[in-house]
Design a protein around this ligand. Structure first.
Ligand code: LLP
Length: 431
């Protein structure tokens, strides 16, 4: 196997007759039909990941609520919903997407530290499964909103276990200095209060300590603390029936060695052994991250004073992870290069007017010429979902492949659509 064939990413993206393909569809064929840049996802890859997650917990009462923020295209949500997934949502927009995509309300969990009153009302009106509350003032507001609607909100309280997730600081959420959850010392008081407040039924503990975790130890520490709390609450007369263990399991982008799902599951079962609770998980990246690529076209190869730059037509507005988190994404030519091709370090950058608009620095790549296609691997999670039209670039389109078929699941907007979003105030309307 050549180095490129072994590149991180789902095996559904492989070279076939010298062309990088998504399942049976050459990416170059999609590029012809859709133009570049575009995201492409493999249905088979997403299905395979979902099934292996579900299989790892088949002997437990466990629900998988897909974290919609990772990839919120309704086609992706529906694909997962048809396999049995629920949804973890963090805004009214995500709630509406999940419902529109066909996720049954009783499989939807609403997370997030800043729910508005309107969002609470929508969640309660839809009759979702659970609202994960993250603070005392949120408890009070939700109690008032639910009571006024004559409803009882089933809630989990998200706790902050003060555990270092050992991931990028911007996506670590489980330390006491992070804004998330209620710290363990105050959690029992919050549960007692929730049990007394009208309109609230505390049913579980939730936690999520961060994203792209590549070790089991932080999970195990955090889950152990949640289980301790669960037992202490039970002894105190507050019996809970659910444990929401969040998402966060990492994937391979480069040379990481994230735990196998079976090892993660074995650890969870060990820590929760003997508890009569239903488990909930909120994986996002693990389900869709490796299942997508961003395809771009080479515009120029430019020799700077001290570096060579590859300028492609995808930019930080299309995939912000390298700029925002210094994330490493494998980049490969769509047409298989000769195995003996020389690799020279090059900076892969986009057209946006910021030095931070860079996908890779001094990356050894085989020589590519303007017009050729590149694939940025493992871009299925937090790629399109975090894209924007910064620099008035058109929002990047998305394509879903299934076997030998593909469909545009979000078209590239037209310039008319882009421009028509602004409104002139009447005092500027003339002239
Ligand atoms: N549950 C909650 C409450 C979350 O906040 C998150 C992610 C998840 C589940 C899903 O986590 P996952 O399984 O995908 O790791 N934009 C960043 C990642 C931000 C994650 C935010 N929360 C990135 O591109 O790395």
């Amino acid at each position: 196997m050549s180095e490129l064939e072994a590149a991180p990413g789902a095996p559904e993206f492989a070279y076939r007759q010298g062309e990088l393909s998504a399942e049976a569809v050459p990416l170059a064929r999609i590029a012809e039909a859709v133009g570049t840049p575009f995201y492409c996802y493999s249905s088979a890859a997403i299905e395979r990941r979902y099934r292996s997650f579900a299989a790892a917990f088949a002997d437990r009462r466990a629900g998988i609520c897909y974290a919609v923020k990772a990839n919120s295209n309704q086609a992706v949500i529906r694909l997962l919903a048809r396999l049995g997934a629920g949804a973890d949502v963090v805004s009214e927009g995500e709630l509406r997407r999940a419902l529109a995509a066909g996720v049954p309300p009783d499989r939807i969990v609403f997370s997030g530290i800043g729910k508005t009153e309107a969002e609470m009302r929508s969640a309660l009106a839809a009759g979702i499964r659970q609202i994960n509350v993250e603070s005392e003032p949120e408890l009070s507001l939700l109690s008032a909103v639910a009571s006024a609607m004559g409803r009882t909100a089933e809630i989990a309280i998200r706790v902050n276990p003060d555990v270092d997730a050992r991931t990028h600081a911007k996506i670590a959420t489980g330390k006491k200095e992070n804004k998330f959850g209620i710290d363990l010392a105050h959690a029992p008081g919050a549960f007692r209060r929730a049990a007394q407040l009208p309109g609230l039924a505390p049913v579980g503990i939730a936690l999520h300590i961060g994203s792209q975790l590549t070790e089991l130890v932080p999970f195990e520490l955090a889950y152990g603390r949640a289980v301790e709390l669960l037992r202490a609450l039970a002894a105190d007369g507050i019996a809970l029936r659910r444990l929401d263990l969040g998402g966060g399991l990492g994937i391979r982008y480069h040379n990481e060695r994230p735990p196998a799902i079976e090892d993660y599951a074995a650890m969870v079962k060990r820590v929760t052994d003997g508890l009569a609770v239903e488990l909930e998980f909120e994986p996002g990246r693990w389900l869709v991250g490796n299942a997508g690529v961003l395809v771009a076209r080479v515009l120029y190869v430019k020799d700077g004073a001290s570096r060579r730059f590859l300028i492609q037509d995808a930019a930080m507005n299309d995939l912000i992870r390298p700029s925002l988190y210094d994330a490493w994404h494998e980049i490969v030519p769509v047409r298989a290069p000769d195995d003996r091709a020389e690799r020279r370090p090059i900076d892969v950058v986009g057209p946006v007017c910021e030095t931070g608009d860079s996908f890779a620095a001094q990356r050894p790549l085989p020589q590519v010429a303007p017009g050729e296609l590149l694939a940025v691997m493992s871009a299925g999670a937090y790629g399109a979902a975090m894209s924007s039209s910064y620099n008035s670039r058109l929002m990047v389109p998305e394509v879903l492949v299934r076997g030998d078929r593909f469909a545009i699941i979000r078209p590239r907007p037209s310039y008319e659509e882009l421009l028509s979003q602004d409104r002139m105030p009447d005092w500027l309307a003339e002239g």
